[in-house]
Design a protein around this ligand. Structure first.
Ligand code: NDP
Length: 246
């Protein structure tokens, strides 16, 4: 389905990004497995993809670094000729109540989650416009839709990702490029592993389906949105959250 497509997945060495990389490779895409600090884990993802008969490479770059994103995307286009799919998955949390939140923790989360998404889109857009095709998926969050006490920085970044998604969808639609956001609820990864049992139980009470999601729940939605089946879907925020945000 995604044969001959080149996909860049940011933060793909672990968690949701890893699963997205494996799933897009399963569907035939050549996947660039971007990572920031997790070199060994990104290489493991590449090996897993290759062992299953797919194709991938790993690439170190912090999405928060504007110039480094430009270099990464230019290198991908130079090396592989095109860029068809961009999945902005890289993200961090630095939770605290507003009274205790440090300025640098606000800035760091915005720089990675929101500015990072801008950085990669900014440097991919020209190529996608030239190609007259492209699929961009931005990973937002239920926190960006509902807000969440203790996550002023994170919720603001993820709400910002939604505004960015809708604006990019409008700017790029005339050239056949679609831009959508996926908003996960609580998903079992290292990001949520740090939450205490009490918080996890309280979270489950807010989820109509009564449990955390799995990385494959998010990855399959991304795989659908980047496929031809979703050619007429753009500017949407698809919640994959067990009903939490309805
Ligand atoms: P993890 O904490 O498990 O993984 C985070 C990923 O982001 C890692 O691969 C990490 O790479 C990467 N990353 C962080 N900073 C950078 C950077 N500057 N440049 C490149 N990559 C970076 O998180 P999840 O897998 O749980 O989350 C993935 C996405 O899903 C995030 O955007 C998150 O906000 C969102 N999300 C997650 C939810 C959840 O419940 N888990 C709920 C809603 C949204 P490395 O290890 O190489 O540094």
């Amino acid at each position: 389905m995604l044969e001959n497509k080149v996909a860049l997945v940011t933060g793909a060495g672990r968690g949701i990004g890893r699963e997205i990389a494996l799933t897009l490779a399963r569907d035939g895409a050549f996947v660039v497995v971007n990572y920031n600090g997790s070199k060994d884990r990104a290489e493991e993802v590449v090996k897993t993809i290759e062992a299953a008969g797919g194709k991938a490479v790993s690439y170190q770059c912090s999405v928060a670094d504007f110039a480094a994103c430009q270099e990464m995307i230019q290198n991908i286009i130079k090396e592989y000729g095109h860029l068809d799919i961009l999945v902005n998955n890289a993200g961090i949390t630095k939770d605290n109540l507003i009274m205790k939140m440090k300025e640098e923790d606000f800035d760091a989360v915005i720089s990675t989650n929101l500015k990072g998404t801008f950085n990669t889109i900014k440097h991919s857009a020209r190529q996608m416009l030239k190609q007259r095709s492209g699929k961009i998926i931005n990973i937002s969050s239920v926190s960006g839709i509902l807000g969440n006490a203790g996550q002023a920085n994170y919720a603001a970044s993820k709400a910002g990702v939604i505004g960015l998604t809708k604006t990019m969808a409008r700017e790029l639609a005339s050239r056949g490029i679609t831009v959508n956001a996926v908003a996960p609820g609580f998903v079992d990864t290292e990001m949520t592993a740090v939450l205490g049992e009490e918080i996890k139980e309280a979270a489950c009470r807010q989820i109509p389906l009564g449990k955390f999601g799995q990385t494959k729940d998010i990855a399959e939605m991304v795989a659908f949105l980047v496929s031809e089946k979703a050619d007429y879907i753009t500017g949407q925020v698809i919640s994959v959250d067990g009903g939490m945000s309805m």
